[in-house]
Each structure stands twice: as C-alpha cells, then as structure tokens.
Design a protein around this ligand. Sequence first.
Ligand code: FDP
Length: 481
Amino acid sequence: MRSSDRSRTIAAAGVLGALVHGYDTSFTSPSTLQAHIPRTQAQSGARSSGLGVMGAGAVAACAATAAAVVRPGRPAKGSPGRHVGRTAASALNPDNFSDVCDQTGVTLNRYMIEANRQGVVDTDILSVMNSIREATKVISKLVNTAPLAQAELLGLEGAINVQGEDQKKLDVITNDVLKKALRYTGKLGTMASEEEDMPVSAALSLDLETTASGTVLSDTGKYVCVFDPLDGSSNVDAGIAVGTIFGIFKESEESNAVCDLPANIKDLDGDQVSCLAATLQPGKALVAAGYVLYSCSTELVFTLGRGVVGFTLDSSIGEYVLTRPSIEIPSRGKIYSCNEANMENWDEPFQQYIKDIQTGNCETKNKYSLRYIGSMVGDVHRTLLYGGLFAYPADTKNKDGKLRLLYEAAPMSFLLEQAGGLAITGHSRVMDIPPVSVHQRVPIILGSKDDVEECKKYYEKCDDPKLKERCANRLKGLVTA
Ligand code: FDP
C-alpha cells in the first residue's frame, strides 16, 4: 500500500505500464484482436475467505419483500442481449444458485456473494461493488427527480470542470455521491473521476479519516476505481438518458518501482505521484468495469472479467435484480451510432466506411440505420443489445477524438470485448493503450465483431502515414493529450 513518503516517480508514459505494472506495451496487430480476459482469482485458483452460502442481506431482502414482486424472467430466445453459448469465462449461471428468493429473483447482492464464493472476486471488490450499487441507486433517484427538485439544481453551477466544460450541479452532486460511497468502503487505494483534475487517495481527505461513528477509514485499499459519475450530462436538462461509467483496476504490487517523472507533474507530492502511478493503467489491466444507464429503467451492466451481466433496478424493493444473466453482442448489426455532423472532418477511412454502410456498399449489402443519442452510455447500451457500431472517431480538429480513455473508452471496451465485441481506435485495440494522463482522450470505434473488423479493414487499406503514426504512438504512450 502507498504511504505518503513513498518516493515513486512516473515513467514517460510509453514505459509506464511496463515499469510500474509489468505489462507488455508492444503493438498489438489489429488482426489479432482478442477478447481480454484478466487474470481473476478464479483463474489463478485462489479463493477468498468469507461469506456464507447466502448472505444475511440477501435473506433479509427476500423476507422483506416476500409479498411484493414477480420473479423476473429470463430473456426470451432471440431477444436482444441473449446469451448465445459462451463457454470460456462466461458469467455465473444463476440456475446453479441455491435457495433463490422466488419473489426477488437474483439480486445484485446475492450475485456478488456467489461471485465471491466461487472465487471470481475477493471481498474487497464485493465492498466496492456494494458502494457502486448504493451510490448509483441514489444517482438514479437524483436524475429521475431532477425536474421536480429546485429549479437551480438543473442550472449551471457556475464552475468550469477540469475539462473546461460548464459543470452542472448534478455533475458535482453525483461525483460527490459516488466518491463518498467509494471512500467509505476502505477498500480503495485511489480514485479518479471525470470531475477531478487528479486522482485522489481514497483515504487522503482529512474530513474522511474518521467517520461520524468514530470508525477510522482503512488505508489498506488495493484497488483503484475510475469513474465518470454522470456521462452525457449535457442531455440531462432535457430528460434524455445519461449514465455512470466505472472501471476497477488492481493496484500493482510492484508499485514501489522508480520511474522518471514527466516534467509537467514534477510539482506533485508523494501521494499524488502514487495515485497517478496506480491509476495510469491500460484497459487490459481492468478487473471489473461497467455502467449504469438512467433511462426508462435503470440498468446496471458490468463485467468481472467473466462475461457480461445486466441488472435492472426494481425501485419497489430498492434492489438491482438480474435481468440479463449473460449478454453477448450480436456478431453483426444494422445500426451505426456517431455524430455525423463531424463527418467531413473524420479520418478518411472512417468517412469511407460510413458512406459504404449508409448505401449498402458493404459486406452485408445492408443499408445501415443511424441512431445517435449523444450520450455514450445510452448509445453503447443499445449497441451492446442490438449490435452494430458506436464511434467517436478522430477528426481534423480532435486528433484523439473526444472520449476519455481511462473512465469512458477503456471500461466500455473491456465490457464490449467480454460480450464478444471489439473496440479499436482505428488501427489498434483500445485496451492496449497505456494512458499518459488521467483525462487523455482517445478515438473509439466499438461494437459487433464483424462490423468493427470490417471498419478496421478500411484503416488497414489506408496508407496515410500520419494516421498510422498517431495510432502507433498511442500504443507507445507518446501522446501528450
Ligand atoms: P457529454 O459531453 O454530454 O458528457 O462524455 C462525453 C459525451 O457526452 C458522451 O457521453 C457522448 O457520447 C459525447 O460526449 C457526445 O458528444 P457530441 O455532442 O460531440 O456528439
């Protein structure tokens, strides 16, 4: 674990992963893109200690709601997101859970306890997921009731966030809700959020060292949580779908590694350097990732590195209930999703690809339809369930696209790969990119495997050396964004 006097410096970004985390930062050929399956405790044969067959919370939840609801059914055959026969690293099979409450079905709490029993996650991840569960229930309520709340809640707070964007009150509030919930786990070493300029130690803040009840927060966290508390927030005033995105990394055990500190962060103190080093990990180091979509219903979709599962918030009992036991993205879709207003500025291969799927001059000969909410979580959720492609590519103005690598692109890429899809920047796999800064942007094209592979062929055919160089440099961590 970190300590404030630990003298750790950070490598020039390209070798940061190798030095601090021991990753292979070499270029991954687009033709060898594969779903990344991180090494979980299950895979290493380890098993965490702890909880009984059915946690007290799950029993209590069942008893408390015995008269309440119908047990949610499974998705029908052929319905969107239906599991279609994953074998390796698939999600837990709820049919094997004993004593599932007929009234509630499998709650998130129950699911995580089973994941812990089966050695898929340790009790620390369990605590972190509990916090995400509780915080996102609150955020769901805040988003849903925002129009009813005080008028000023909807307006601009007046502050500008670290991205230079107007920061809305809901951004601030939801960031606070998530941050506090995560801090109180005592299981996190570091957190990084879209709304904070630097990652923070989960136990650093003085006012949080001691809780109201006098419990001192543990500083033994071994995980790092990155999150965007309210993605798509420019939509929120219009009542359009928004979401929370999160990713969980494990702090490296070799975190005492000494690296070179880039000039622009020389002023950081020891803790800030430690937090930064712990946070700047490529997507392939994620151990869990997911999102919550606040829309007609509140949907929590996540991966623990073993397939993708979906839960729906049942507000009548205040619980997330398993509704999609195993989500696999269709290998082809008929929908593309991107901000077409930027078309004339896009990289040439992406422009050509979109023109071809618009006109049916593509492998399937289908004319694809455009759907774009402009809210990443909503657009990715639809893409995951119906197939097709979501993209925020590079353009002449934004050479690295718009979306953030650490807390938008990497978690979504992990999720998509775990669902059988792919996520690329053009030439390379998003998950392979070593971040050089917390708020680094990256172009992203994600979705159905066959669609993304078809799009990638346009990049492979294109011999624009500058475009190739940009992709290769990102993999080497030579980006300054
Ligand atoms: P927002 O600015 O509203 O927070 O993360 C940024 C994001 O939303 C994504 O959710 C969304 O996909 C994208 O920006 C939309 O950008 P454009 O308005 O440029 O299409």
